[in-house]
Design a protein around this ligand. Structure first.
Ligand code: FE
Ligand code: CA
Length: 486
């Protein structure tokens, strides 16, 4: 445990001024879910923790940011309030901080000190930025060993999480359908269900280690709410709109409570503005997109389908008009444009002619509108980052640009080097250059030399302790077409 925080005098006075706030030390450590930081920008970063267990009243939480891991040089400190109506989560905007160097932070509440976390903010003039893209961490499908490896990478500026932070499904006995550990409780429907699911996931020591080691920039996909939802539409046709809106509001509230987010990303009922952008040094703009909240319903039926007439509707919306306009307005910035989003972007035609209507293949008019809008603004070779399919792919975007699809942290279990179906899929889609079906992550670097993608994979996740191997490396540049295998 770190030494107790020396609370600033004003923080102590503020504590005493609040009614019913006992300085007595709680019996149980309330920092069972660890600490996190995220959305670093300018001179500030968001610090997160959630007190569990916590008494049924507001609890003051003191925080500190230091220049050193021993907290000798305090750069900023203050106090927040963990409220029962927010699940006793706090999201502190710590400002006035230096960029481009490691920072350490910690909390104190109920007489306990949190573990210390490390974070950093990309410097405005940074000439090299390194980050990880990953997602899809089905708790039942495997151990979060990948996070332990990611936590150990001290060169990372941040982790980009592209979606499926939790899976909403009911617990299944270990040993059934690939389950190696079990979800607590039934299918998530209420705020309490979703909160408990996040608490279970965030109790994982490997995931806690990754959050304590790096700031995260998080997006959600479908399973934070329900498999394959689309805007106001539940996957289950016939679900009353009001019922799904209530479920979505509960799910998004729990998501936002557990992530290090800025106030602009807090939901209002079932509505949320999750898309946002970050400047990565002098090199690139990172557009974090929401391909779930503003899309129209999947055409031709969900999942893999043969194209029907509806697929080619010219007014198809994947981002929604507002987000699309916002994205194109941000495309004027110089340098590389990185679109961090959820679902497979390039065409992926299965050998029998079917496509995934939940991916951009279900919204081809929206994809073409987006690409031509980017081209019109001089963005000829965007980099698109994706997840969702629990497999690694690299593809050249027809017309220009590159797509790097990361695999999953644990979803679908151990996997294998290559799907037996992969050769036929790649033959049908010559723009797809690479495929791999183990669990892991992709590590990216942006520099004056361009953009690189390193694919890292684990031989197994069905038991702890797997080593990690770099299996392939690719490069692309914003000023020329194509992807090179290094
Ligand atoms: Fe997934
Ligand atoms: Ca998904």
């Amino acid at each position: 445990m770190p030494r107790p925080l020396a609370l600033a005098r004003r923080a102590v006075i503020a504590t005493l001024a609040l009614p019913a706030l006992h300085p007595a030390r709680a019996a149980e450590n309330p920092f069972s879910l660890g600490v996190a930081s995220g959305d670093p920008e300018g001179d500030s970063v968001i610090l997160w923790t959630r007190l569990l267990p916590a008494p049924a009243r507001p609890v003051p939480v003191a925080w500190q940011v230091a220049a050193d891991p021993a907290f000798r040089r305090i750069l900023a400190e203050g106090q927040g309030l963990a409220r029962p109506e927010s699940g006793h989560a706090v999201q502190i905007e710590a400002g006035g901080l230096p960029a481009g160097r490691p920072l350490w932070y910690r909390f104190r509440a109920l007489g306990h000190d949190s573990p210390a976390g490390r974070t950093r903010i990309p410097a405005a003039d940074a000439a090299r930025i390194a980050f990880v893209n990953t997602g899809c961490q089905h708790y039942e499908h495997g151990f979060f060993t990948a996070w332990r490896h990611i936590a150990a990478d001290e060169e990372l500026d941040f982790v980009l999480f592209n979606g499926d932070y939790i899976y909403e499904y009911a617990g299944r006995p270990v040993g059934t359908r690939g389950s190696v550990r079990r979800h607590e409780g039934g299918e998530c429907l209420t705020l309490e269900d979703y909160r408990a699911r996040y608490a279970q996931y965030r109790s994982d020591p490997d995931l806690q280690a990754a959050h304590a080691a790096h700031p995260f920039i998080v997006a959600f996909d479908d399973h934070e709410v329900e498999n394959n939802w689309a805007g106001p539409h539940s996957e289950t046709s016939g679900t009353a709109a009001a019922d799904f809106a209530a479920r979505k509001a509960a799910a998004l509230q729990a998501w936002s409570e557990h992530m290090p987010l800025r106030p602009a990303q807090r939901p209002a009922g079932a509505a949320i503005r999750a898309y946002r952008r970050f400047r990565l040094g002098r090199l690139a703009t990172l557009h974090v997109l929401d391909t779930r909240s503003h899309r129209d319903d999947q055409p031709c039926g969900d999942r893999l389908q043969h194209p029907c007439a509806e697929l080619f509707r010219p007014d198809a919306e994947m981002l929604g008009a507002e987000q699309e306009a916002w994205l194109l307005a941000g495309a004027a910035a110089p340098g590389l444009h990185i679109l961090a989003q959820q679902v497979f972007f390039c065409p992926r035609i299965f050998p029998d002619g079917r496509v995934s209507t939940d991916a951009w293949d279900g919204y081809p008019a929206a994809r073409e509108r987006l690409l031509s809008g980017l081209r019109a603004r001089g963005v000829l070779h965007p980099v698109v980052l994706s997840g969702d399919v629990h497999r690694a792919f690299v593809a050249e975007i027809p017309g220009g640009g590159a797509e790097f699809v990361c695999t999953s942290i644990s979803s679908e279990g151990d996997g294998r080097e290559a799907d037996p179906a992969a050769p036929a899929l790649l033959a049908r889609n010559p723009h797809i250059l690479f495929h791999h079906a183990r669990r892991g992550w992709t590590r990216h670097e942006v520099s004056d030399d361009g953009f690189t993608a390193e694919y890292w994979a684990l031989p197994f996740v069905s038991r702890p302790g797997a080593p990690a191997h770099r299996i392939a490396r690719f490069a692309t540049r914003p000023d020329r077409p194509g992807v090179a295998r290094l």
